[in-house]
Ligand binder design. Structure first.
Ligand code: EPU
Length: 336
């Protein structure tokens, strides 16, 4: 266990915001968390689970302890005729896990290539891209429960996964620290190429293989999404809004080309990127903050922006979408 006091977070968040935290705990296992929380009770000392800092907007210095996983083991724990069960620890870079799976010919996560972040954060917001979500392969999440000081194994059903959502964003918010995730990967890949240009990108390569799908996804992402190392950002800043069918029908009369996708009965999902684009924000810059020129769902830090500045800018966009379309868009990133 390593504890670092007064740590600069500039390198620990993909928005590249320059703030500090009182303390960061780098942990490897539940025993170390137990040791830490027996010294620093959670009632007295605020804490926050913090992995790659890829989906977070830091609005000021953090007066507490960031709990940061550093364990990076990936191991096969079981198998049957159809599946290989793989347990990855919370500190594994998500894309390293995808590469590991693709290298071994195991299917299920190839569409999720190049998503920034850690394995331990994947279940929290149920990361997703190109028609696949983390929940499709997760079988178990192992978590340390701070209040009761024990380790629980939660089945996928118990995690209550939804679109960019899970129990870890609600009842278990600031109560559970994810230790590892177990995935069920396919011995025989079942390709999902239905989303956007994926099929076309794969066809441009030499055959339908896991490696080619991974490369196609990487290529599409690189074309549309800014590299946080070059331009600070946290991927999609907003979630795609789910609205009642009636609202969509009214909007379609005015905007017949508006993209929409199926959701729960009576509802549809709209593309927040399209709405923000249509409202004229794409490529718009205000001081150090802007809307990415290739994907309107992504807010970028041109350098030196504060979290508050980005949050205010996001508020203006949200308000303008509400005014123009009567649709409320919610943030995908976590605010700390
Ligand atoms: N669109 C525009 N203008 C834009 C952006 C999008 O018109 O500036 C339109 C597109 O033409 C398309 C629709 O909106 O018709 C949807 O766009 P896209 O396929 O790019 O996906 P998205 O809904 O904007 C979601 C995820 C991404 C994920 C992609 C691909 C959310 C919040 N975002 O974006 O996830 O990579 O689908 O599956 O669900 C992330 O969560 O950080 C993220 C990048």
């Amino acid at each position: 266990m390593v504890i670092v006091d007064n740590i600069s977070l500039a390198k620990y968040n993909s928005f590249g915001i320059s703030v500090c935290a009182d303390r960061m705990l780098e942990f490897e296992n539940a025993r170390q968390l137990e040791e830490y929380f027996s010294k620093y009770s959670s009632e007295k000392y605020p804490w926050y689970p913090f992995s790659g800092g890829n989906n977070i907007l830091l609005t000021g210095n953090y007066k507490g302890t960031l709990i940061h996983p550093v364990s990076k083991r990936i191991e096969i724990i079981d198998s049957d005729d159809k599946y290989i069960y793989v347990k990855a620890e919370a500190g594994v870079e998500w894309d390293d896990f995808v590469a590991w799976s693709v290298d071994r010919g195991l299917g299920g996560v190839e569409n999720l290539s190049l998503i920034p972040g850690y394995v331990g954060a994947a279940p929290i917001q149920n990361i997703g891209a190109y028609g696949v979500e983390a929940k499709d392969t997760i079988v178990n999440v192992e978590a340390y429960m701070v209040d009761s000081n024990n380790v629980v194994n939660m089945s996928a059903e118990k995690c209550r996964f939804g679109y960019r959502d899970s129990i870890f964003k609600h009842e278990l918010r600031n109560r559970a620290i994810i230790l590892s995730v177990t995935f069920r990967l396919l011995r025989e890949p079942q390709f999902k190429l239905g989303y956007g240009d994926l099929q076309k990108e794969v066809a441009a390569r030499d055959g339908l293989t896991l490696r080619n799908v991974r490369e196609a996804v990487i290529s599409i992402r690189r074309q549309k999404l800014p590299d946080p190392k070059v331009l600070g950002n946290a991927g999609s800043f907003f979630k795609n809004p789910v609205v009642e069918k009636n609202r969509m029908e009214t909007l379609l009369e005015k905007y017949p080309d508006m993209p929409h996708y199926p959701a729960a009965a009576g509802y549809v999902k709209l593309a927040a990127g399209w709405l923000i684009d249509k409202a004229g924000w794409k490529g718009f810059r205000k001081n150090n903050v802007g809307v990415h020129e290739k994907q309107a769902l992504v807010l970028v830090n041109y350098g030196g922006a504060t979290g508050k500045e980005i949050l205010e800018f996001a508020g203006e966009i949200k308000e303008s979408i509400r005014e123009k379309f009567g649709v409320s868009i919610e943030m995908e990133v976590n605010i700390l």
